[in-house]
Design a protein. Structure first.
Lengths: 179, 184, 188
């Protein structure tokens, strides 16, 4: 192995260490399934290796999240083939609502965060992505706009709509529990 | 010296059959679609390679049932198709490579007659005109929304109106469910 | 607009999150606060919206399992190693090529003897195809033509008008095309 090749690999390994959790974390919350999220993360990181010469470092995070999101969309479409699904009106890509239970969730502990996770699994695209990117991954509006190729104002409107959908779901769930 | 001359002469004799077989590849209307297979991680779902003697036999086979099809096929030299499943995650990459291929074709004298670009679909149709007739056609369709990427190259004396008219007779819907790959 | 008006209720419902994030314009903010003052329902909704936002921000950040990154780096190492091997092999072949020329010349001389027996024998073209192969090829050709026709229809372009008309206009071809259309129209 030449000295130059090992430098390239070392730099790639550095990027993997830097971004692995963010990629995986997005996929976990998007898909609600850790096994699928692992597959997506592996797929995305290998794509990064294949495209290592094509992406400038300052655009890397946006590229990674965009590729991760697209890979998650593909994973949901494959899941749609296997399960009977319902689609929502705002479902741009005809995606299934999440049907998989959160695998390592605290099944017996019905707490607010658990309700929140389940509700997140049920809102449609692109609201799900935007809520995850903004509230969980703490991206700026401009960064989300770049990842999803949406105008800035649209990102804000969709973020509010996504959280409103969560509120509607949680309001119903919490009301049932109270009753 | 005489050894080298004899060597060159006999090598020419030995490669002559191979030379003839590569004639279609030197046709200006021909585009080798094999390189496209390298863009995708999976094998193509649809592979069509009908040329030369096989194309002549197909024309003969349709002579009685569909004389117009036979007439069209006799004027053609090669039909190639490659079809792949396409995931959204591959869309940008494939679109970029297809754009690069389009530019290479244009630099080699192909005309772009159709170009569709939107968020969910990419279509290019190129033709190669030689001596006032269309000698080659390339169609590239990249459409992840339809799970479809198809590349077509036709070589020969092409009449697009005739293709369009004849093609309407063939219902491709059921064929879409097939994987077109000849095993023999 | 009265707070009890259904349109106003919808408006309030649609702006809870924007109010919470401070994204409303001054007049919209005033309207929202007017609605808040009118009923406790909206305070409850606002409280829930705040819980949701805080809850999302407090969600744990799952750590990527080491097996994922190990698998990726192992795959990269395999690819790099394979590339290095291929490059080494190519360089070796180039360097040894010159040394193999005398051996190749000997091989060619042997081939001369063999090919002397083959000269005059016509080349065997690839034209012996089984009937099934021809039928399969016919299916493929029909599919290709059907597909092209569909693509052309969908993009709505007639290639010939866009290309040939500018270069060579053939009155004979146009007359034949018109006659062919008429005969097609007459077919049942």
């Amino acid at each position: 192995m030449s000295f130059l090749e090992s430098r390239v690999q070392q730099r790639f390994a550095g990027y993997v260490r830097k971004y692995q959790h963010r990629i995986y974390g997005f996929a976990v919350y998007f898909l609600g399934d850790r096994t699928e999220a692992e597959d997506v993360a592996q797929d995305v990181l290998l794509r990064l290796w294949q495209h290592r010469d094509d992406i400038e470092e300052e655009r890397l995070l946006g590229w990674l999240l965009r590729v991760t999101r697209n890979a998650c969309v593909d994973a949901l479409r494959r899941r749609k083939v296997k399960h009977a699904v319902m689609t929502s009106d705002a479902d741009v890509y005809g995606l299934a609502e999440g049907t998989e239970p959160y695998p390592d969730s605290y099944a017996e502990a019905v707490d607010f965060q658990e309700h929140l996770r389940r509700a997140l699994d049920r809102i449609a695209e692109p609201y799900r992505s935007i809520v995850i990117l903004r509230e969980v991954q703490e991206l700026k509006y401009e960064e989300i706009s770049g990842v999803l190729n949406l105008p800035l104002n649209t990102v804000k409107v969709y973020l509010h709509r996504g959280r409103k959908m969560l509120r509607e779901q949680l309001s119903e769930v919490l009301h049932r529990e109270t009753v | 010296m005489w050894k080298r001359l004899l060597f060159c002469g006999w090598m020419l004799v030995l490669v002559a059959p191979a030379w003839a077989q590569d004639a279609i590849e030197r046709d200006p209307g021909y585009v080798n679609l094999d390189e496209i297979e390298g863009w995708f991680s999976k094998e193509p779902k649809i592979v069509v390679n009908v040329k030369g003697a096989l194309l002549n036999l197909v024309a003969e086979a349709s002579r009685y049932e569909d004389p117009e099809l036979a007439d069209l096929l006799r004027k053609l030299k090669s039909i190639q198709v490659r079809g792949f499943d396409l995931r959204w995650s591959d869309f940008e990459d494939v679109q970029r490579r297809a754009t690069a291929l389009s530019r290479r074709l244009e630099s080699r004298g192909w005309d772009t007659v159709v170009r569709v670009r939107d968020e969910e679909e990419y279509v290019d149709i190129h033709v190669r005109v030689e001596g006032g007739t269309i000698a080659g056609m390339v169609v590239m369709v990249v459409s992840p929304d339809e799970d479809e990427t198809v590349f077509v190259n036709i070589v020969g004396q092409i009449d697009p109106e005739q293709i369009g008219r004849l093609g309407r007779k063939f219902d491709i819907e059921p064929l879409n469910d097939m994987t077109l790959k000849r095993d023999f | 607009m009265k707070p009890s008006n259904p349109s106003f209720r919808d408006w309030m419902d649609a702006h809870v999150e924007a109010y919470l994030d401070g994204d409303l314009a001054v007049d919209e903010r005033a309207d929202f606060e007017h609605g808040l003052a009118a009923g406790s329902d909206w305070e409850a909704e606002l409280f829930l919206a705040g819980q949701i936002r805080d809850g999302l921000r407090a969600l744990p950040r799952p750590a990527c399992p080491p097996r994922v990154t190990e698998a990726v780096l192992a795959q990269v190492r395999r690819e790099v190693h394979a590339t290095w091997k291929d490059q080494f092999r190519n360089r070796l072949q180039q360097q040894l090529g010159a040394l193999w020329q005398p051996a190749l010349a000997m091989t060619v001389l042997l081939l001369l003897v063999v090919s002397a027996a083959l000269i005059g024998r016509p080349a065997q073209p690839q034209d012996t195809f089984a009937e099934a192969q021809v039928q399969q090829a016919l299916v493929e050709v029909q599919w290709a033509l059907g597909y092209l026709s569909e693509v052309s229809r969908e993009t709505g372009k007639v290639v010939r008008d866009e290309v040939i008309a500018d270069r060579v206009v053939s009155p004979v071809q146009q007359a034949l095309t018109a006659r062919s259309h008429r005969s097609n129209d007459m077919q049942p």
